[in-house]
Write a new protein. Structure first.
Lengths: 823, 241
């Protein structure tokens, strides 16, 4: 039995017969003792906070990222208020809908009516939605915001959105001709929940020739469903549905939790170093009667303090970043953002999580420090290195369990992950790396027998001071492992030349936007657009143009931003019991397209596709038959014609072909200038252009991840190398006394830093590949895409940088060489 | 007279096999209430080991240690920690004051750890510091005190709460001769008030303050003598306990 600083469980000893204060009956000193220890922990933090700056910084950064990502995620989701205001449902009627309005008023009581008519933009095929809406209507108020001037109040007045004003080349105080009527612009308006909403606002009931009418109502789903319009017909009704911003913020929170868990491992290494630094003081505390629980409390309070301060700083920084950056996000979000509309509950949860994470990270070092025998602690000697075989066995088991969890929990084919299994797998692999540290240090330490004495000594000291070096190694491995994993994932996400959205020789010119809807155009309008596309294509050498059609339901019509659109029929693959992942754009197999792709479908086939596996129709208003598919060997571009519905398929499902755009294909990769010219043509014609996505952001992700991992690793090294070298100050003195040159200290520090960095890089890379092996086990071929530059930077660059930095900036002369500092 | 510390055939072995070192070999020692015992011997003789075992900081390989009649071997670690808070005061050569706490907070710490409120603990700490002539240094941090003052603070911490056993390991080792004698005077005074004391020292002049001197060599107790009348007897004849 050793006299450690830890408390046993036996409580059978008689209380010693001593005079004076008899102490707290429970034996741990109760609140008074805890208060004294927390006070001391706070003082220690105030003295030593610089030594914990890395842990503090990492936790603070994680909290900042968490607050920012939760705020951004919850505010980037499209707002239901854009179409519904505060209503729960909108009823769509054709024409002015007077009878329907009367029926709705009778059925629902309070309603809000918005009339629509499309007005052509002079010199363009585009139209603008002329909207007659009461700005102070009971439900539609959040759909309007006056930015300048006033709302139109009488016939002959109009308020325009910025885009509408630019289309008509007019502005506040000027006039315009709208659908044959001259109107004065009295205000500038916007839909604050949808900044892309382009419309001209006129006074309520100002135009009698409404093409469609929207009625906003507030009622439960059952009442809305039972509403019948004029003549008992069921009108088109859209329910508001549930808002998704909470779900988006929750996803951000889940990502935060995972990040904080990984940061916790690095923090644990930092706390292990702190525990070693404080070992002597903890020994003193134990010598005057502190129990193991007291000792643990000091460390845990330190962890909680760091977590709390990091949470405060991180939250403040995150909120400051949010308040400063929110206006810049509005164009991307497509709506006005209320700065205070952040998910406060999730931010609160992030703060609690940060404190809990830091406290939990301090627990193991606290437990270890509390178990060090008092006399050993008083001499500030670290605990003897433990046998490495047990942690090694644990490491192997954890790594196997982690790979298994990820293999079971991640399905890359369906792009689907089981969160608990994914989390368990990631944590198991992180823990596996942690437990692999002692064995790796030992193997590494024993490998330098033929190296110069300073390097040999440095490597052996890593083994001697295994508690510190293994903790640092775990932190470095995790930081670099995460960076390598991100780099590999980014590399696997890079499309090969034969995949992606389009080939680099193709341009897709779409009528309307990129949503799964087809705007309604007259044949004359389509012919006009085609001629502009043809004119552009003629500027490209050896190019061709193929008209693309989408399948649409005969009676499926919707209104989007006041314009009539028809939902496109798509094809999807089951990824859940009731969810699909679409296979990209689906076009109608016109003779022109079939000729171009050199395809001849069998007469009884509905769908020709290059996608594997069974597919189902999606986005159809009514039940669609299960498609009979035929696999064809065509390039698998997601926006290109890789999945086609045959005329037979159209007939069988009762659908029609509607023009959706044109595919321009050149015989050479398109230049940037050609793509820019195509963009200009598209903008002028009111079309949308799509070219090959070069995924440049993936390279940025790889670079940022590699640099971030390297910085964290170097930070951990800066925190620990000096400590490890300080331990062996006596050896250094002996070396100098026996004639070693002055550069020996540099060599020792450089070899320690370089050795730890190399070992960390190797372990981290191994961990990353093991994790990804599990995740990609069904598609191991994806791991053949190796991020060579990132790996070289991690495995060679970081150790070299660490070695060079430690050589150039040697650790301070250890105090033990001169005098003993007061703890 | 009550025996406050009793070591019965205590042995301590460090390491194993070829690296085995016998720090103590079957040492017997009794220290009574009010008695000050000095332990002398060459370096590596086992003096400090004897003290750490007596102070429950370390456990013997064999033998029995009794403090205030209670056998340490029957106590849980928790109970031993409580013993160090309430009964045993330990003074280290290098003071071992917690740098983050002021002098009075260092002194009051064992009481606070034992559950006494901060205000009461501070009052008790101040009282002891005042007895030791350090009341005006109560709110200074250790790095603002001289070596002698630090050791007096350490002694105050060892005395606070009416301890019964005072163990001092080379308490004057880091001090000059004047401060060293002052420290011994304090220890002597503490013992006069009823505390049993054990002091490890190299210095025979300081050992002469003790009632009894125990010699240790190679882990064995080789001799024990009643110390000749020390300097204190010259100053205060007939006052020595």
């Amino acid at each position: 039995m050793s006299t450690g600083m830890s408390a046993g469980t036996r409580e059978h000893a008689a209380r010693p017969a001593t005079g004076g204060w008899r102490g707290n009956g429970r034996g741990h000193g109760g609140v008074a003792a805890r208060r004294a220890l927390v006070r001391w922990a706070w003082r220690l933090f105030r003295r030593d906070w610089r030594q914990q700056i890395l842990t503090l910084g990492l936790l603070g950064l994680a909290v900042t990222a968490a607050v920012l990502s939760a705020s951004v995620a919850s505010n980037m989701v499209p707002l239901r208020a854009a179409d519904f205001g505060t209503a729960t449902a909108r009823i769509q009627l054709d024409g002015p809908g007077d009878a329907g309005i009367a029926a709705a008023r009778k059925w629902f009581g309070t309603i809000d009516v918005i009339n629509h008519a499309a007005a052509p933009v002079p010199g363009s095929i585009q139209t603008v939605d002329v909207r007659a809406q009461d700005p102070h209507g009971p439900y539609g108020r959040p759909m309007l915001r006056l930015r300048a001037g006033r709302y139109p109040a009488r016939p002959g007045e109009v308020a325009l959105t910025d885009h509408a004003a630019s289309l008509f080349d007019t502005g506040l105080g000027r006039s315009l001709v709208l659908a044959g009527s001259r109107l004065t612009v009295v205000g500038t308006v916007e839909n604050p929940s949808d900044l892309s909403d382009t419309f001209a606002l006129v006074a309520p009931q100002a135009h009698a020739r409404a093409e469609s009418t929207t009625i906003l109502v507030r009622a439960d789903a059952e009442r809305v469903a039972s509403f019948r319009g004029a003549g008992g017909a069921r009108p088109t009704v859209r329910e508001r549905g549930r808002t998704e911003n909470g779900a988006a913020a929750l996803v951000a929170f889940a990502a935060t939790t995972l990040t904080l868990l990984l940061v916790a491992f690095i923090a644990a290494a930092g706390f292990a170093v702190v525990a070693q630094r404080r070992l002597r003081q903890l020994g003193m505390l134990a010598a005057i009667g502190a129990t193991a629980r007291h000792l643990r409390l000091v460390m845990l309070a330190g962890g909680a303090l760091i977590g709390g301060i990091a949470a405060l700083i991180g939250t403040a920084a995150g909120l400051a970043g949010w308040f400063a950056g929110a206006p810049w996000l509005e164009p991307a979000a497509g709506h006005r953002i209320d700065r205070l509309a952040v998910p406060w509950a999730i931010i609160g949860a992030d703060v609690v999580l940060a404190v809990a994470t830091a406290t939990a990270a301090a627990w193991w070092p606290a437990r270890t420090a509390a178990r060090v025998p008092i006399v050993r602690a008083l001499s500030a000697r670290p605990p003897r290195p433990k046998q490495a075989h047990r942690p090694a066995i644990a490491a192997v088991l954890l790594l196997m369990a982690g790979v298994g969890c990820l293999a079971l929990g991640v399905d890359t084919a369906k792009d689907h992950a089981n969160p608990p299994l994914f989390l368990a797998g990631t944590i198991a692999i992180a823990l596996g790396i942690l437990f692999a540290g002692p064995l790796a240090v030992r193997v590494f330490g024993g490998s330098g027998s033929r190296l110069p004495v300073a390097v040999r000594l440095a490597f052996r000291d890593l083994v001697r001071y295994q508690a510190r070096s293994a903790a640092a190694l775990a932190a470095i491995s995790l930081a670099l492992g995460m960076a390598v994993a991100v780099a590999i994932i980014a590399t696997t996400a890079k499309h090969p030349a034969a995949e992606g959205n389009l080939s680099d020789r193709q341009l897709l010119v779409r009528i309307g936007t990129t949503g799964p809807v087809v705007p309604e155009r007259t044949p004359a309008q389509v012919a006009g657009l085609r001629s502009q596309v043809d004119r552009f294509a003629a500027t490209l050498p050896h190019s061709s143009v193929v008209a693309l059609y989408a399948a649409v339901g005969d009676e499926d019509r919707e209104t989007s931003h006041g314009k009539a659109v028809r939902p496109m029929i798509g094809l999807g693959r089951h990824v859940g019991s009731n969810s699909f992942r679409d296979v990209g754009m689906v076009y109608v197999a016109t003779p022109d397209l079939l000729r171009r792709l050199r395809l001849t479908p069998r007469p009884d086939v509905d769908v020709l596709t290059s996608q594997p596996g069974p597919l189902s129709y999606v986005n159809a208003a009514r039940d669609a038959p299960t498609p009979r598919t035929e696999h064809v060997d065509v390039p698998r571009y997601s926006s290109g014609p890789s999945t086609l519905i045959t005329p037979y398929g159209l007939r069988r499902a009762g659908w029609q072909a509607a023009p959706v755009g044109w595919l321009i294909e050149a015989d050479q990769p398109l230049t940037a200038a050609q793509i820019t010219a195509a963009k200009h043509m598209s903008v002028n014609a009111g079309l949308t252009l799509e070219s090959r996505d070069e995924q440049r952001s993936l390279a940025t992700v790889r670079t940022v991840a590699t640099i971030a991992g390297a910085l964290v690793a170097l930070g951990v090294l800066a925190m620990t190398v000096g400590l490890i070298r300080g331990e062996s100050a006596r050896d250094l003195r002996t070396l100098i006394a026996t004639g070693a040159t002055g550069s020996i200290r540099r060599t020792l520090a450089a070899a320690t830093a370089g050795g730890l960095a190399l070992l960390g890089a190797l372990l981290g890379t191994m961990g990353a590949y093991l994790a990804l092996f599990g995740a990609y086990v069904r598609h191991l071929g994806m791991l053949s895409h190796v991020p060579v530059l990132s790996l070289v930077a991690t495995v060679a660059g970081v150790p070299l940088l660490a070695t060079a930095t430690a050589w150039l900036l040697p650790t301070r002369r250890p105090p033990a060489l001169t005098r003993q500092a007061i703890d | 007279m009550t025996t406050m510390l009793e070591l019965r055939r205590v042995s301590k072995v460090h390491g194993a096999g070829a690296a085995e070192v016998h720090a103590l070999r079957e040492v017997d020692l009794s220290v009574h209430q009010g008695e000050l015992v000095a332990v002398m011997g060459p370096s590596g003789a086992g003096k400090s080991t004897l003290l750490t075992i007596a102070g429950s900081l370390e456990e013997p390989t064999s033998g029995e240690v009794l403090v205030a009649g209670a056998a340490l071997s029957t106590m849980s670690r928790h109970a031993r920690a409580r013993l160090r808070r309430r009964t045993i005061g330990y003074v280290f050569q290098d003071f071992n004051l917690l740098a983050g706490l002021t002098a009075v907070e260092n002194v009051a710490l064992p009481l606070e750890l034992d559950g006494l409120g901060a205000k009461d603990a501070r009052a008790a700490g101040l009282a002891v510091l005042e007895r030791l002539g350090l009341a005006d240094r109560a709110d200074r941090h250790p790095d603002e005190l001289s070596g002698g003052e630090r050791q007096r603070v350490a002694i105050a911490r060892a005395l606070v709460g009416e301890r019964k056993l005072l163990l001092a390991d080379e308490p004057s080792g880091a001090l000059d001769s004047v401060n060293g004698e002052a420290v011994m005077r304090l220890l002597r005074a503490a013992c006069r008030s009823g505390v049993a004391g054990v002091v490890v020292t190299h210095d025979s002049r300081l050992a002469s303050w003790a009632d009894r001197v125990v010699f240790i060599r190679d882990g064995r107790m080789v001799d024990q003598t009643v110390a000749p009348a020390g300097p204190e007897s010259l100053l205060e004849p007939g006052q020595k306990a």
